[in-house]
Design a binder for this molecule. Structure first.
Ligand code: LLP
Length: 421
């Protein structure tokens, strides 16, 4: 039993014909590993969840913008957003055209606004001042506005993006000022969007928030309503991070049925023939990815046993930033029986808070073991940094044929110094 704790990845044949220890040896650690099969499955589940005409899945690429993964999503019929010139660059590299990219902006500079307009993207603005900027740069153009529906949701206060405690969205109270700015610059309101927050596991709140957005459209004058082509309800679809406790999945069938009923009836009543979008990030990318690390040192400090790895919070930030839970697998360096004990998994960053998983019961980890933090495909690599002047990790894709393909090489010291002048 070289794999000490691997029931989850075994059950989904995550590594194909490779083994995690071979991958660690061949590509080094820390190493992000993605399963093409799981990525395609998640995309397919989303694309087929709702049968209302015009329904589409717009992947929020902030979760993971590696173009190799974006290309797979594109093949599965998913479109994308961009929030920065970098994300736009990745979308274009992956072969998306302007019609398949929504620019969902927040506090962007004049240069960035011009860049999005020059690329002929539909831009969503989320404040009156940015609507004014858009109007000055592209009078007579089409624009989207992000509204704040007043109800937020999320796994942590840092990811709730609606309600009063957030910088996002135009409040419904400012609706008249939006109309005035549209008129001032002869703009067409071509779409509305919202995003209530990240990681909900129950369908009802999302469907209720979608209804709020539709009511806002209902209240518009007919001429304005008729010009709307895109209604985007945002993302936030949760995934079960507690894999070893069989945490239930978000009931996508129930969510789809709720949207079918709501959007179907509304489409009928309003005569709307445009697109309805959902904008998941995590649901697309989280479960297809994990990050492998090496156990470099173990130590006892009083009652606590620390297992030191090369997965610092520069590599995977979520546990430190939000206290997020990621399940852990252990691929042993030896075949010995391992006693189960309480252990704390930490990284190699010079901060006491560099803790990946605290006081959990696992088989004893030893130097030379390879470990995985599961469900790290979303907001894993994309939130990683060079803190402590460490190189960014490499990324590998396990293809549908089960083989490993390098999709991002590990950064080098030369990469770290490339921008110095
Ligand atoms: N649409 C908009 C406008 C967003 O701001 C976001 C995420 C999404 C869609 C996708 O949300 P998702 O479906 O992935 O929940 N770093 C945090 C999550 C922050 C999400 C920010 N916005 C985490 O690791 O949990």
């Amino acid at each position: 039993m070289a794999d000490i704790r691997s029931a989850y990845t075994d059950s989904v044949n995550f590594f194909g014909s490779c083994s995690p220890r071979e991958l660690a040896e061949r590509f080094g650690t820390p190493l992000y590993v993605y399963s093409e099969k799981i990525l395609r499955k998640c995309c397919r589940e989303l694309v087929s969840m709702c049968s209302v005409p015009g329904f589409g899945v717009n992947y929020s690429v902030k979760a993971n913008s590696n173009p190799a993964l974006l290309k797979i999503a594109r093949e599965e019929g998913v479109t994308v957003d961009a929030m920065s010139p970098g994300e736009l660059h990745m979308d274009l590299l992956a072969g998306f055209d302007a019609d398949s990219i929504l620019y969902i902006s927040n506090n962007i500079s004049p240069a960035e606004m011009r860049n999005a307009i020059d690329h002929k993207l539909l831009v969503s603005v989320d404040s009156l001042s940015q609507l004014d900027m858009y109007g000055r740069f592209n009078p007579g153009g089409k624009v989207m506005v992000r509204f704040n529906p007043g109800i937020g949701a999320g796994h942590h206060k840092k990811v709730i993006t609606a309600g009063k405690e957030t910088k996002f969205g135009v409040c419904p109270e400012d609706y008249d000022s939006v109309v005035a700015l549209l008129a001032k610059y002869n703009l067409t309101l071509a779409g509305v969007n919202q995003h209530i927050g990240s990681l909900f596991m129950q369908a009802d709140g999302y469907v209720q928030a979608a209804e709020v957005l539709l009511h806002l459209i209902d209240a518009m004058p007919e001429s304005m309503r008729a010009a709307i082509e895109v209604i985007d309800f945002g993302g936030g679809f949760g995934i079960p991070y507690h894999k070893y406790e069989n945490e239930p999945r978000l009931d996508l069938a129930a969510l789809g049925a709720g949207l079918d009923a709501l959007l179907g009836a509304w489409r009928e009543k309003s005569g709307y023939s445009g697109r309805f979008l959902v904008e998941p990030g995590r649901y697309v990318a989280a479960e297809c990815g994990l990050v492998l690390g090496s156990v470099e040192a173990v130590k006892n400090n009083g009652p606590r046993r620390y297992v030191g790895t090369d997965i610092g919070f520069n590599v995977l930030q979520r546990p430190v930033m939000y206290g997020s839970f990621h399940d852990v697998e252990i691929y042993g360096a030896d075949q010995a029986e391992r006693p189960v004990m309480e252990q704390t998994l930490v990284g190699n960053i010079c901060e006491s808070g560099d803790i990946l998983a605290k006081e959990r019961l696992w088989p004893e980890m030893r130097e030379g073991d390879v470990v995985a933090m599961l469900d790290a495909g979303a907001y894993g690599f994309s939130m990683s940094s060079s803190y402590n002047t460490r190189c960014l990790a490499a990324e590998v894709l396990i293809t549908e044929a089960g083989e490993a393909r390098l999709i991002r090489r590990r950064q080098t010291l030369d990469d770290l110094t490339a921008a110095l002048v």
